[in-house]
Design a protein around this ligand. Structure first.
Ligand code: UGA
Length: 443
């Protein structure tokens, strides 16, 4: 089938590449000329395992095309995906200007019926707005052409985006139009071979499903972080508690890892957007507000521990930092806990020596050259001339650490672990102080 995807961000690019990979003829449209030109040369703008080979192979085969020409994109296919960003606007609500802009663009160029599908995470009611935007543009043109708008939210995780898209847990389709559902069933047939993963519902429920999923996951994390903080005050070990509660299948082991707060482009933005959407209809989303504020506090926890350890005298100290990205297997620094930590350290006159397997360029891009930030090539060199080590991201290569070497290199033998990577007894045996999240009494 022919498909057009507007927006070559994480969601759009991965979805387009995966659809092309199973044999569809996909055209990607983006306003960013530099991005389109790079993609044509095989340069992928994001780090995502497994993405480069499928983009390259399908670009070469001609099944995956990139263009800035929206008219070409609209003409290419009946199925038009909208996968552009919905950044938070000033008050935290999802800003729909890009989504509605694409809707108007589709309506300006269409000369035949279209099925427009929202892939972006959009507030409940957006499909109606997209529908209205298309109808308004068509009437401005004096045209009456058939079209439908469906919702098909994306559930991929960064770092596992290709696998998530290739083997989705579920394909949520929001449409009350049987013909549109049929078209989507055909489009997704290659992903549905062994069992039917399609869950068809009304448009508003599909839009809410996406937010509810992310808010539920964020709630699990904030809940665990709250219990971790309590564990610390009560002298319990959250890692024992985690295993103890995860064994109940109603709770489960997934997504109950305490840490230094959730980040990324989705949870912070979506929880906030949900709170704002609730406010706008005079509903006080109490639980979600708490999820958000627990997370703000959690992101400050590493700094508070480091500061307390050094008697709040951090000026002139150098802190080694392992892990900058908001989670492993990505170079994404959006809302990363490492940023909250670094910025707090800089405010009190401390320096940072940081290493990350993928996110160094992105860190450089965000902060530029500054005297209080050194980005170094290995995890070992981050320890040189440093007073303490802090771990912000659980990259696999940090899991086995040479504690004897860490002890020898650091000025003060102490590790602050925002991801609870190590067994406290083992670390302590090497003569290091060790502070995780929710394990051992707080400093
Ligand atoms: C998230 C969802 O997991 C996807 O299902 C969803 O499709 C996506 O948002 C989206 O809306 O596009 P992602 O932002 O890539 O995916 O990252 P996650 O793997 O969910 O991690 C988010 C944050 O939670 C990270 O900072 C991670 O460190 C933290 N986390 C995760 C914890 O602190 N504890 C956990 O147990 C799990």
């Amino acid at each position: 089938m022919k498909v057009t995807v507007f927006g070559i961000g994480y969601v759009g690019l991965v979805q387009a590449a995966v659809l092309a990979d199973v044999g569809h003829d996909v055209m990607c449209v983006d306003v960013d000329e530099a991005k389109v030109e790079s993609l044509k040369k095989g340069i992928i703008p994001i780090y995502e395992p497994g993405l480069t080979p499928i983009v390259e192979a399908n670009f070469e085969s001609g099944r995956l095309k990139f263009t800035t020409d929206a008219k070409l994109g609209v003409e290419h296919a009946e199925i038009q995906f909208i996968a552009v960003g919905t950044p938070p606007d000033e008050d935290g609500s999802a800003d729909l200007k890009y989504v509605l802009g694409v809707a108007a663009t589709i309506a300006s160029y269409m000369t035949a019926p279209k099925l427009v599908i929202n892939k972006s995470t959009v507030p409940v009611g957006t499909a109606d707005k997209v529908r209205a935007a298309i109808a308004a543009k068509l009437s401005e043109r004096g045209e009456s052409i058939d079209f439908d708008v469906a919702s098909n939210p994306e559930f991929l995780k960064e770092g596992a985006a290709v696998t998530d898209c290739m083997k989705p847990d579920r394909i949520v389709v929001g449409s009350e139009n049987p013909a549109s559902v049929e078209k989507l069933r055909e489009l997704y047939a290659p992903f549905n071979r062994n069992h039917d993963r399609m869950i068809v519902m009304d448009v508003r429920s599909a839009e809410l499903t996406k937010y509810a999923a992310n808010c539920m996951l964020a709630t699990k994390i904030s809940f665990m972080n709250e219990i971790a903080n309590l564990a610390e005050k009560l002298g319990a070990d959250i890692e024992n508690v985690r295993k103890g509660i995860g064994s109940d299948p109603r709770i489960g082991y997934h997504f109950i890892y305490p840490g230094c707060g959730y980040g990324g482009s989705c949870f912070p933005k979506d929880v906030q957007a949900m709170v704002r959407a609730a406010d706008s209809i005079d509903f006080d989303a109490q639980l979600l507000k708490a999820v958000e504020s627990v997370n703000y506090r959690q992101k400050e926890t590493l700094f508070k521990k480091v500061s307390a350890y050094f008697d709040h005298k951090l000026e002139g100290k150098t802190i080694a930092l392992w892990g900058l990205s908001f989670k492993p297997n990505t170079d994404d620094m959006r809302e990363a806990s490492s940023r909250v930590l670094m910025e707090a350290l800089w405010r009190v006159g401390a320096k940072v020596r940081a290493y990350d397997p993928e996110a160094m360029e992105e860190t450089q891009r965000i902060y530029g050259a500054r005297d209080d930030l050194s980005l170094v090539g290995t995890k070992e060199s981050a320890l040189q001339d440093a007073d303490a080590l802090v771990i912000c991201t659980e990259w696999k290569s940090f899991r086995a650490a040479d504690f004897a070497m860490i002890k020898q290199t650091l000025r003060s033998p102490v590790i602050f672990d925002g991801r609870n990577l190590y067994d406290p007894e083992t670390v302590k045996k090497h003569g290091l102080d060790y502070y995780g999240i929710g394990r051992g009494l707080s400093i």
